[in-house]
Design a protein around this ligand. Sequence first.
Ligand code: ADP
Length: 243
Amino acid sequence: MSDPLGVPVPDGREAKPVIELRDVVRTYPGSPPVHALRGIDLVVRQGEHLSIVGPSGSGKSTLLHTLGLLDRPTSGTYRLGGVETTELGDAQRAVLRGSRIGFVFQSFHLLPHRTVEENVMLAELYHRPPAGTSRSSRRKRALAVLDRVGMGHRAGFRPVRLSGGERQRVAIARALLTEPEILLCDEPTGNLDTDNTAVILDLFDELREQGVTLLVITHDGEVSRRAGRSVRINDGVLRAERG
Ligand code: ADP
């Protein structure tokens, strides 16, 4: 059984929407103003793997920043996990972002002088762990999430000793540490060769099966094909491409 978006659904019920954009407009002021997003409607359900494709300058980064609560729409609404976000203050948005969204970037952003394990543990510091969270329990969580991406055996390595694919797996582990429902990925395989890209795509499949919702901006046709659904953005307008 699957819903019209191709998402497997238990007992005929639709998977719940985790992202709902309605008529989202983002205009950068200036003369002339830039209409980066022009009335975007998008619903993404839990456990979906969606790819977002489009040429340079089409609005992909603006959309990603909006979805990641790093930018606010000029108009329109954005519900994240059922919470309307556009009226929230910055602090509330930061809490929501920290609890629900993990970010994955093209260039990994690992600290070179820290071990793999430390790089993952540092993610939690940014999200202010509850007082009393011991280093040993943080370390345990970091190792668990490294095991989840098949990198537990490299916990003591520095990033420079890892392949690109391994670095990206560590970056994905870091993004998963706070157990977000959604991973926002910006060209996650842009720095990887075909073999390493395949490993990351297999990992995406596993994460999706575990219920993680994946949104992946990509230029790579193969990466886009592996997503369950694909949308294309052109000049700030979003259209369904596949699925
Ligand atoms: P993409 O990620 O697809 O390359 P962007 O979202 O970065 O596209 O940009 C969409 C449009 O908005 C482009 O025309 C870009 O020049 C413009 N733009 C992006 N950021 C800003 C900004 N801070 N101020 C003004 N214009 C911007």
